[in-house]
Ligand binder design. Structure first.
Ligand SMILES: Nc1ncnc2c1ncn2[C@@H]1O[C@H](COP(=O)(O)OP(=O)(O)OP(=O)(O)O)[C@@H](O)[C@H]1O
Ligand SMILES: [Mg+2]
Length: 305
């Protein structure tokens, strides 16, 4: 890490636009979470703005899921602040988050595989018609709306009657994204939506992440993959051992720097000299320490707590 940044330890310098609440949908300020004695996350600051994709990257166990669980109302933060529309909040359940327009698409999507696509689109929020004792599902309207909404997002499926289980993983993610948009999400959290997908399907999901952003949503995109992040991201936050080791806007970090950070570049750079003494280990491709210092590299290797 560059010395001149060391005083930014655990605190992220704002990087885009005038500092202030204008337009910020969701914000974490020095937030953290402990599970009993385990401090899974601490000193994390993050801003989510409309029309932007905020990427959260990090290795296994870095704290990505913990971070989104706080924002999606599954867990409560134990340190720092969590604000929605500039006001401090503490959600008791995911319902509270949804009421604020924060929707989460989990990797193991909550769909019913044997039910048709349109039915899954409305799962739990079915349209009905008729007065009370004879109220029934408004199937025609649900089909039409699902079809319209999917097309709006540019998702073309041959047949909405097909069971959702017959769609590819990527297509199912896309339906979930369109659904969140339709039900009024302002913030859309995607937990590793491309992790289990091949190249082509990942591309499709990335396209709809961009589509959701273009509809004005603030998207939080969790991923291991710096290439995927860089294709759609406006802002990048890298977590390591529960702390934020990088927070940078697109203009401030290159794909190469992001990749180095994700590859555990700091550790590898430190090892480069040692490894170069070992025969049969090619260290040419490893990053130099200097390569790793993006403008806003915040915080050093603190993280043990
Ligand atoms: N419910 C829990 N109780 C205790 N410790 C937990 C709990 N959930 C997470 N942790 C710990 O917190 C740390 C961060 O976990 P988290 O699941 O947030 O990481 P992650 O970045 O999502 O990892 P992955 O890429 O594997 O999904 C880990 O050390 C984990 O063991
Ligand atoms: Mg996780």
């Amino acid at each position: 890490m560059k010395e001149k940044n060391s005083e930014t330890h655990g605190e992220i310098i704002p990087d885009s636009g005038p500092q202030g609440e204008d337009g910020v949908l969701v914000e974490l300020r020095n937030a953290g979470k402990s599970y009993g004695n385990i401090r899974a996350l601490h000193g994390v600051s993050l801003q989510v703005r409309p029309n932007q994709v905020t990427c959260v990257l990090g290795d296994n166990g870095a704290g990505k899921s913990t971070l989104i669980k706080i924002i999606s109302g599954l867990h409560q933060h134990t340190e720092g602040e969590f604000l929605v529309d500039g006001a401090p909040v503490r959600f008791a359940s995911p319902r509270d988050a949804l009421d604020k327009g924060i929707a989460t698409v989990y990797q193991d999507l909550a769909t019913v595989p044997l039910m048709p696509v349109w039915r899954n689109f409305f799962l739990g929020s079915e349209m009905t018609k008729g007065p009370w004792p004879v109220r029934r599902l408004d199937i025609e309207r649900m089909k039409k709306t699902a079809d319209h909404e999917l097309r709006e997002m540019g998702i073309v499926l041959d047949d909405l009657e097909q069971p959702i289980g017959t769609l590819s993983g990527g297509q199912r993610q896309c339906v979930a994204i369109a659904r969140a948009v339709y039900f009024g999400a302002r913030v859309l959290i995607l937990d590793e939506p491309t992790a289990a997908l091949g190249v082509k399907q990942s591309g499709v999901v990335l396209k709809y992440i961009a589509a959701a952003r273009d509809r004005g949503l603030g998207v939080i995109f969790i991923t291991h993959n710096p290439h995927h992040a860089y294709m759609v991201g406006d802002h990048f936050s890298v977590l390591r051992l529960g702390t934020m080791e990088l927070s940078a806007s697109r203009a401030q970090v290159s794909l190469e720097e992001l990749t180095n950070h994700m590859a555990g570049g700091a550790e590898l750079a430190a090892l480069k000299h040692e490894l170069s003494q070992v025969s049969g280990v090619d260290v040419e491709g490893l990053p130099e320490k200097e390569d790793l210092t993006a403008p806003l590299a915040a915080g050093g290797p603190e993280g043990k707590a």
